[in-house]
Design a protein around this ligand. Structure first.
Ligand SMILES: NC(=O)c1ccc[n+]([C@@H]2O[C@H](COP(=O)([O-])OP(=O)(O)OC[C@H]3O[C@@H](n4cnc5c(N)ncnc54)[C@H](OP(=O)(O)O)[C@@H]3O)[C@@H](O)[C@H]2O)c1
Length: 258
């Protein structure tokens, strides 16, 4: 019997594709999103193909709604063994047009929303002595991307949050996976005005990697393969070289000035 997975951000993009892929493998799914129509549509089509699905329409920054959703989903499908926290937002933010409201909103969803999702499932996981928490980070969290300032800050915070949680939860049987996808063709990427076509993978490809992460519980899950190389280069690039790259190459990559 497969573990029950709670998947946030299930209505669109990577979350939606992963829900479909997990349902095909027989995982019972608790699907969460704030976008009711597409979420219910997805749930109906998954149920028609035989999947066990429960849904909750909520904002991941709403802790009481998350607690109620977890209780309802566990009543319907059994204990949640895996959290796949996919809900996230990202938008163009560039200097000097800094908008603190965007920063707040981005941190609220990408960091606090993931933390609250974890808090909602963690007591049950600790009581059972097992569980798996999966957070979706980004390359933009490992180095600051000057066209996504708020997003970069939120993903850097998420990476550190998951890393800092890891040892304390490992000894309680709870594993943490930090995911770093390359560019994935979703609405989030549509909003970024790149000058040249950017190589993107399809959400279904991202979903295959995420299903493997659910099954294998790695510490890190970086995909596609060339992203592993790109991330390693970015992480270990000397600061002066990174600053130069972003200052000179960055503005040429986008239809915006910064
Ligand atoms: N696409 C990429 O290239 C890429 C790369 C690296 C990391 N990621 C990360 O992957 C995750 C999924 O992104 P995606 O590209 O699939 O984006 P997406 O297509 O925009 O899907 C995100 C989903 O999350 C939902 N959501 C957003 N805020 C929410 C909230 N407060 N409460 C509940 N649901 C919420 C959205 O609902 P609404 O329709 O209401 O907004 C949407 O259904 C994000 O964490 C993103 O940062 C994406």
């Amino acid at each position: 019997m497969n573990s029950t997975v709670l998947l946030t951000g299930a209505a669109h993009g990577i979350g939606r594709a992963t829900a479909i892929a997990l349902a095909r493998k027989g995982y019972p799914l608790g699907l969460v999103d704030r976008d009711a129509g597409p979420l219910q549509e997805l749930a109906t089509s998954l149920r028609e193909s035989g999947a066990k699905v429960a849904t909750a329409v909520l904002d991941v920054s709403d802790a009481p709604a998350l607690a109620t959703a977890v209780a309802d989903i566990e009543t319907a499908l059994g204990p949640i063994e895996v959290l796949l926290a996919c809900a996230g937002v990202g938008s163009l933010t560039i200097a000097p047009r800094l908008e603190t409201s965007v920063l707040r909103q981005t941190l609220e969803v990408n960091v606090v929303g993931v933390a609250l999702s974890i808090e909602a499932v963690l007591p049950g996981m600790i009581a059972r002595g097992r569980g798996h928490l999966i957070g979706i980070a980004s390359m933009a969290g490992y180095r600051g991307f000057p066209w996504m300032i708020s997003y970069s800050a939120s993903k850097a915070a998420l990476i550190a949050y998951l890393e800092a949680l890891r040892p304390g939860l490992a000894k309680r049987g709870v594993t943490i996976t930090t995911v770093c996808p390359g560019f994935v063709r979703t609405r989030m990427c549509d909003h970024i005005p790149y000058q040249r076509p950017v190589k993107m993978i399809e959400p279904e490809t991202a979903a295959r990697h995420l299903v493997r992460a659910v099954e294998r519980r790695p510490r890190n899950c970086v995909f596609p393969f060339d992203m592993k190389i790109g991330l390693a280069i970015l992480k270990y690039m000397p600061d002066f070289a990174f600053d130069r790259l972003m200052r000179y190459v960055g503005p040429r990559a986008l239809h915006v000035d910064f």
